[in-house]
Design a protein around this ligand. Structure first.
Ligand code: MRU
Length: 353
């Protein structure tokens, strides 16, 4: 596999399993874990060892491969192996509900399982080839989005981003951070403001870590500072990723994205959503039916071992929100930039195939 970033690998397929950088331990420690079964891979996705819409899709596809390798030794025929893998695919699909990339990637793996004939070893080879292709395509899509998006930014642009839509959330390079990387290489980017992104702190821990490694100027702010910095004229554009985009352009992304879009609109600042077409869910006419994951309350009540909220007080922890299409300036995909009205534009991308 190509190494898109010299300093870290988000997810790779190795002989002994799916290798992941443990994102829960960043930025303190750069520790890798290897998942040798589908069950271990599913646990890693659920527990946020790996996170970010494209990255969890790739990881799940790799999880199917490691399970197939494990079972192929005892099952000689491809049809028997395909049947035995069905529960593992379902287990991986049950890990996180919002990012459609997970289901998109597993559907691709299911299609390969549907072609099973001959020896089990041949099916394993086909599953490996498909999973690695998903990884390769994601990297290529990120680079293409980077170029399309950078073209929209003015020279000397000061960008604000939320959560982590970077190399750590994809095969490498990133979606929103891919645009930032491309703009930086082209000399168009002045600096990045990274929202810390309560409660999991993807911005403070992950976005800051990977941009700092690339020597891209980044300043971390708490989420409640963004509107004020916009008011002060310190933000030229907002760039965010997405976990699922409906047919009308409504975009689910990390909780807090909707508030940023409202603030950007109030200050006349362009608000761009950057995503590969694997994030598009044309089966949903609007974002109203995007399932929003409720994460464990401990993410809100504690920072590390320290309790912040009094014992017994209820806590709500929706992990995502949906930004209405009307607040989005443009959608940036690997196939080009889509301007409002998004419905016809997304349809024209011909991604239904
Ligand atoms: O809960 P997470 O960390 O998986 O949420 C990730 C996000 O919301 C990202 O912004 C999104 O997946 C886009 S990543 C290219």
């Amino acid at each position: 596999m190509e190494r898109p970033h010299a300093a870290f690998d988000t997810v790779t397929l190795e002989r002994d399993g799916v290798r992941l950088i443990d994102q829960r331990r960043l930025p303190d420690e750069e520790v890798y874990v290897t998942c040798a079964t589908a069950e271990a891979t599913a646990t890693a996705i659920r527990d946020m060892v790996v996170r970010g819409a494209p990255a969890i899709g790739i990881t799940a596809a790799f999880g199917v491969v490691v399970e197939a390798r494990r079972l192929a030794g005892t099952l000689g025929q491809a049809t028997a192996l395909a049947a035995a893998l069905a529960p593992a695919v379902d287990l991986l699909a049950g890990t996180r509900p919002t990012a459609v990339n997970l289901f998109w990637a597993l559907d691709r793996m299911r299609r390969v399982l549907g072609t099973a004939t001959g020896p089990a070893a041949t099916l394993v080879e086909h599953l490996e080839a498909e999973a690695l292709e998903i990884w390769r395509e994601d990297l290529a899509m990120c680079r293409a989005m980077g170029d399309h998006g950078a073209a929209l930014l003015p020279d000397g642009c000061r960008v604000l981003t939320h959560c982590n839509a970077g190399g750590l959330a994809t095969a490498g390079y990133g979606t929103a951070l891919g645009v930032i990387r491309s703009a930086w290489r082209q000399g168009k980017l002045h600096s990045v403001l990274a929202d810390e992104t309560r409660p999991f702190l993807q911005g403070a821990r992950l976005t800051a870590w990977e941009l700092h490694k690339d020597a891209i100027p980044v300043t971390v702010i708490t989420d409640n500072m963004a509107a004020w910095l916009m008011h002060q004229g310190k933000v030229d554009a907002v760039l965010v990723g997405a976990d699922r985009v409906a047919a009308n352009g409504d975009a689910a992304n990390k909780i807090g994205t909707y508030g940023l879009a409202l603030a950007a609109r109030a200050h006349g600042i362009p608000f761009y959503v950057v995503f590969p077409t694997s994030t598009l869910d044309l089966t949903l006419p609007t974002g109203a039916s995007i399932p929003i994951e409720e994460r464990p309350t401990r993410e809100v009540t504690h920072v590390g071992e320290k309790r912040l909220v009094p014992e017994g007080v209820p806590v709500h922890n929706p992990a995502f929100d949906v930004t209405p299409a009307a607040l989005i300036t443009a959608l940036i995909t690997e196939r080009g930039v889509v301007s409002p009205p998004f419905g016809p534009g997304l349809d024209k991308l011909s991604v239904r195939s």
